[in-house]
Design a protein around this ligand. Structure first.
Ligand SMILES: Cc1cc2nc3c(=O)[nH]c(=O)nc-3n(C[C@H](O)[C@H](O)[C@H](O)COP(=O)(O)O)c2cc1C
Length: 274
């Protein structure tokens, strides 16, 4: 059975599907022939769906993805260049949150948007864990503080100049600079064996942060939390990531307490034009 199906009554033999296919598994049509699949098409296909997303006629499908199941792009819903620029530039890392939970449906929607992030070979290797209960967030933040204390004690030279002692001091004074009193943490995890995971988790979390902004939520990379997940076995054990998976990165999420009114300045880009 063939991997690709061409609806011959719809196909106009324009060859766009073949032109955009990343692994080149579609033989372009000619006047006498509809597009066909190459040898090993099923094996080589990365299931990115570009062939059917780009076909103006909805004429192509492959096993497990049908043209009619794809959401149509409504151009009128896309932001203008100016709107997109304002959106991307006005996103901020949010570190002060309302004392209010985000409902699970909204967090699920956030992740549902983030899953559209690009991933190497469309591997989509990122899985998610939501630390929903704020008491758990606090409990894990305390573990990160334990790790920071350990690092300062045992590896002072490695963290010289990073002022990690100030994080501990703030914690002792009742201020959480690890999880910033966020109500929730979303963790990206996945199989370490998947070569695509390293870049893909970073991009997925970046999408998640942008999606949070779009949903009027606030988010901030939990960098110390991420480092502790990697290096502090008690935290790793407590998180209980599924066997075979590793926790790669974490994002704080909640409702922003304050609104930003201006976009801070950033360095001019350093570009080498060749
Ligand atoms: C990989 C990474 C780790 C980060 N870790 C932390 C962190 O642990 N705590 C924190 O408050 N902000 C953290 N941030 C947020 C940065 O400080 C922030 O992006 C930067 O100051 C620029 O501010 P903006 O995101 O509002 O533009 C992190 C950002 C990235 C990309």
């Amino acid at each position: 059975m063939s991997w690709i199906t061409i609806n011959e009554t719809k196909c106009k033999k324009d060859g766009i599907c073949a032109a955009v296919c990343p692994p080149g598994i579609i033989n372009p049509p000619d006047a006498n022939r509809f597009p066909t699949e190459t040898e090993n098409a099923k094996e080589l296909c990365i299931r990115c769906g570009h062939c059917m997303a780009i076909c103006p006629h909805g004429a192509i499908s492959f096993e497990g993805m049908k043209a009619e199941d794809l959401t149509k792009i409504d151009g009128s819903m896309l932001p203008s260049t100016e709107q997109a620029q304002m959106f991307l530039r006005s996103r901020r890392s949010i570190r002060t949150y309302k004392d209010k939970s985000v409902d699970r449906e909204t967090l699920a929607r956030l992740i549902d948007i983030a899953r559209y992030a690009p991933s190497g070979s469309n591997a989509q290797p990122v899985e998610w864990m939501v630390i929903y209960d704020k008491n758990d967030v606090n409990k894990y933040a305390a573990m990160v503080i334990d790790w920071i204390k350990y690092i300062i004690r045992e590896h002072a030279e490695a963290v010289a100049g990073l002022h990690m002692d100030l994080i501990v001091k703030a914690w002792d004074e009742g201020s959480d600079r690890v999880c910033r009193n966020a109500p929730h943490i979303i963790i990206a995890h996945g199989s370490e064996q998947n070569q695509m995971i390293q870049d893909s988790y970073t991009i997925a979390l970046t999408y998640l942060e942008l999606a949070a902004s779009a949903l009027k939520l606030g988010a901030c990379w939990a960098g110390y939390f991420g480092l502790a997940m990697e290096n502090w076995p008690p935290l790793n054990k407590a998180l209980n990531v599924p066997a075979g998976n590793k926790a790669f990165g974490a994002m704080l999420v909640g409702y922003p307490k304050y609104k930003y009114h201006r976009i801070p300045l950033r360095n001019e880009p350093k570009i080498i034009w060749k």
